[in-house]
Ligand binder design. Structure first.
Ligand code: GUN
Ligand code: FE
Length: 454
């Protein structure tokens, strides 16, 4: 073994999932090893098991002892907006006003490649400090935002999915493309980035309101020409949005019917929100295997509504879960589960903590069709790993003194955890939380605050 090919061994309590658990007694659905180890080399997982067995196989491995922390697959965020890192926590409006008043003006700043690069640095620092190793992101309409997004991901060797939003109406002029330029630029970006390293492209018509039928048609052509790519958009988030969509597409039977008629629904299609669905739309989701994405912190923040997880699952529809930054209010998938739990409680639906952690790892990986690479700790997969400290804060420590089961511990992490509970994040075998070269906040980057009374 040469020094550059050295094995690394992580010691800790190992947890990953084979399928969605019914509960703690469903031990066939998950693997938990109290004194466990993960052996890594060349960015891949080479062995997993009891520490004594794995250590015996690699006696000269560099050992990092993470006990008593938990080792799990890195978290996956399936819907986020990279150009909204400075939109998060903007007060007072629901979807359409929020887009017009806060989001669109902010996204115009991504015309500048320098701004894109600076924000990409912050975006990835934030993902990694919150334990997220893969995300699916909307970039802005500008190709420079996609270049910055994938360049920075490549620099950190992260498995990232994303694409340029296509939008040719109902937005400021500075933020619109045309059916032809949206198509041409997306195609050039697919050629440039899809399959390069760990990058995957997502064809991204923003939503029905901001695309003309001509643009939808071109987006459909791209999907047909590039079945290897993901597709992402928004669906039935807000009642005013749904009514406006019906005005713009009067021939469509319903909102999903718009995307359906342009050939945008495939098993690789991610539909952010999917809250207020008609029975026909649910049937179409089941038929096409397009995937609804639950964005709980965003749905509460914008007052959008309650996602019917159990109703969709009862039709064998696989749901993803995501932050939806900047309408979402936390980068943390733990906090996303916290709010998700409460959204489901309001509908008398139960989310067991083992199901919750399955969802943000293997569950989301399966929705993306990437469970053979990410989302588990299986041998041969990419070594994207998160290290969780269940006693990271005084409140967590106090509660943990009375926790007796793994499920209880996971629930403490889910309800009380955030970036403080992420002890380390490994990307392709490399520790990144503390060492990824954090992007410095540019001097003077904070805009002068204007007093509300001035
Ligand atoms: N619908 C269209 N664009 C957006 C967006 O940026 N955020 C959310 N939450 N919904 C959208
Ligand atoms: Fe969104």
């Amino acid at each position: 073994m040469t020094p550059t090919e050295k094995y690394t061994l992580l010691r800790g309590r190992v947890l990953d999932f084979h399928s969605r658990p019914e509960g703690e007694a469903d031990t066939a659905a998950y693997r938990y090893i109290e004194d466990g180890a993960i052996l890594m080399k060349d960015g891949k997982i080479k062995a997993v098991g009891a520490y004594c067995d794995v250590a015996a196989k690699a006696t000269d491995a560099a050992v990092t002892d993470h006990r008593p922390n938990l080792l799990m697959a890195g978290f996956i965020d399936t819907h986020v907006h990279f150009p909204q890192v400075q939109v998060i926590a903007s007060w007072g409006s629901q979807l359409l006003d929020w887009l017009n008043n806060y989001t669109f003006p902010e996204e115009t700043r991504f015309e500048s490649p320098v701004h894109c690069e600076a924000m990409a640095g912050h975006f990835y620092d934030l993902l990694l400090s919150h334990g997220t190793t893969t995300a699916v992101s909307f970039c802005s309409v500008h190709t420079a935002s996609v270049d910055a997004y994938f360049s920075e991901a490549a620099r950190r060797n992260m498995c990232m999915i994303g694409g340029k939003v296509m939008m040719d109406r109902n937005a400021p002029d500075a933020l619109t493309d045309t059916p032809v330029s949206g198509y041409d630029n997306s195609k050039a970006l697919i050629d440039k980035w899809h399959g390069k390293g760990r990058a995957h492209y997502a064809i991204t018509p923003r939503f029905a309101i901001t695309s003309t039928p001509e643009q939808m048609e071109m987006a459909g052509a791209l999907v047909a020409e590039h079945p290897e790519c993901f597709v992402q958009t928004h669906l039935s988030e807000n009642h005013d949005e749904i009514a406006f969509t019906a005005e713009l597409y009067p021939q469509a039977p319903d909102y999903l019917g718009v995307y359906e008629s342009y050939g945008l629904l495939t098993p690789k299609t991610l539909l952010g929100h999917s809250i207020h669905l008609q029975p026909r739309e649910i049937e179409v989701l089941a038929e096409t295997q397009a995937k609804p994405v639950f964005c709980p912190t965003s749905n509460l923040f914008l007052g959008s509504g309650l996602f019917d997880d159990a109703g969709l699952r009862s039709k064998n529809i696989q749901n993803a879960i995501a932050t939806d930054i900047g309408a979402g209010t936390s980068y943390s998938m733990l906090q996303t589960l916290n709010e998700g739990y409460k959204v489901l409680q309001l509908q008398n639906q139960k989310l067991h903590p083992l199901q919750a952690f399955h969802w943000i790892t293997r569950g989301n990986a399966e929705v993306l069709g990437l469970a053979d690479r990410i989302g588990t700790l299986e041998v041969g997969t990419d070594a994207d790993i998160v290290v969780l400290n269940s006693r990271a804060t005084p409140a967590m420590d106090l509660r943990m003194q009375c926790a007796e089961t793994l499920s209880e511990e996971l629930f403490v992490l889910q309800m009380l955890g955030d970036d403080r509970a992420i002890a380390e994040t490994y990307v392709a075998g490399k520790a990144m939380k503390h060492t990824s070269g954090k992007t410095a906040l540019a001097e003077g980057a904070t805009r002068r605050l204007v007093s509300e009374t001035a």
